[in-house]
Design a protein. Structure first.
Length: 350
């Protein structure tokens, strides 16, 4: 919170100060997206025993910038039969859902843009805005493949939001708070106090450890489905639906969909980091802990889970629709509910 107060003190005009603070996550997202795209290109090449991009700059590190320049130069085509206002608005609504989440994500104990006490609920609420944009884009395209892709995506997101939300609420029960800052503070003292290992406590937390570990895996799987990443990229099944709900998009509108996807990848990775893996806290207790280290640990852990999502994309095959629904409703939901009940009872007894 000190960083935001510093900006308010530095800039007398509150409106300009708010604009500056809200611009910081956007700059971070742009830099992160370029790095994530480069990472995806290089990791996919490594897994497939290729070199990947090598000609654009040294070792191909400028390839993401070349991709952006290419998309900027492409013609922005709007189909004649499309509902133009909704068609043009959909990509920005999807991105705003991810961007709004950064209002409560605590990068450090010294930089919390908005320390509201229902941060977890807020992230789930604004994350659902993407569903509106997906339906809007699929329907406004006036294309059967776009509409089918949008319907698949919405069904998938709603199905997997439930076990994901239950997993996160279990952490809120352990921390006795929905405030992301307090959830971070509850995991101070080293990696053995992280919620993935049962949280603070003595030997009694060993009863909780298997359930919190399982819940962290449930949330990771649910987050892959919510961001339409492999093996849950059914809405973009090329062999069935061309390119899903963004079939009719081109140019920078097409780029906005993927920018939103990478932004959502970081958001779900950040939520997983905050709720189960200590957030800004060092795994070594007070060692390597401070203003700079806080940001390092938080961003480093979040980047690690982004890399896990990229790795899984190039490792696992795509599921069928019936398999997708079976995993969501008959596997993840019952397990997450059982874990939530046990943790609630454990918390009540202790």
């Amino acid at each position: 919170m000190e960083t935001t107060n510093f900006v308010y003190n530095l800039i007398p005009d509150q409106l300009i100060a708010i604009i500056v603070i809200s611009t910081i996550p956007l700059i971070f997202l742009i830099v992160y997206a370029l790095l994530a795209i480069l990472g995806e290109l290089k990791i996919s090449a490594w897994i497939q025993e290729r070199l990947g991009p090598m000609r654009t700059g040294p070792w191909g590190i400028l390839q993401p910038i070349a991709e952006v320049v290419k998309l900027i130069q492409k013609e922005d085509i709007t189909p004649d039969t499309a509902n133009k206002p909704l068609f043009n608005l959909a990509p920005f609504i999807i991105f705003m859902g991810a961007y709004a989440s950064f209002a409560v994500i605590p990068f450090s104990r010294y930089f919390i843009p908005s320390g509201i006490n229902i941060g977890l609920f807020y992230i789930f609420a604004v994350g659902s805005i993407a569903v509106i944009g997906i339906v809007m884009g699929g329907w406004a395209s006036n294309n059967k493949y776009s509409l089918l892709g949008a319907m698949r995506s919405v069904a998938q997101i709603i199905s997997y939001e439930i076990p994901g939300a239950i997993a996160i609420l279990s952490v809120a029960v352990l921390a006795s708070s929905l405030d992301l800052e307090k959830i971070n503070i509850a995991q101070e003292g080293g990696f053995w106090n992280w919620f993935v290992f049962g949280g603070q406590g003595s030997w009694d937390k060993l009863w909780v450890f298997p359930f919190t570990l399982l819940l962290s895996l449930i949330y990771l799987i649910s987050s892959l489905a919510e961001t339409n990443r492999t093996p849950f990229d059914i809405p973009e099944g090329e062999s069935e639906l061309v390119a899903g709900y963004h079939t009719e998009y081109s140019g920078m509108k097409f780029a906005m969909f993927f920018f939103a996807e990478y932004a959502n990848m970081f958001v779900v990775a950040a939520v997983l980091t905050i709720t189960f893996f200590g957030g800004w806290n060092s795994p070594f207790g007070n060692f390597m802990q401070g203003p700079g280290w806080d940001v390092f640990w938080f961003v480093g852990k979040s980047f690690f889970f982004v890399l896990v999502q990229i790795w899984l994309r190039w490792t696992l095959p795509r599921l069928r629709v019936d398999q997708l629904m079976y995993v969501g409703w008959k596997v993840l939901l019952p397990f997450s509910f059982i874990c939530f009940l046990f943790i609630s009872l454990f918390r009540m007894i202790n």
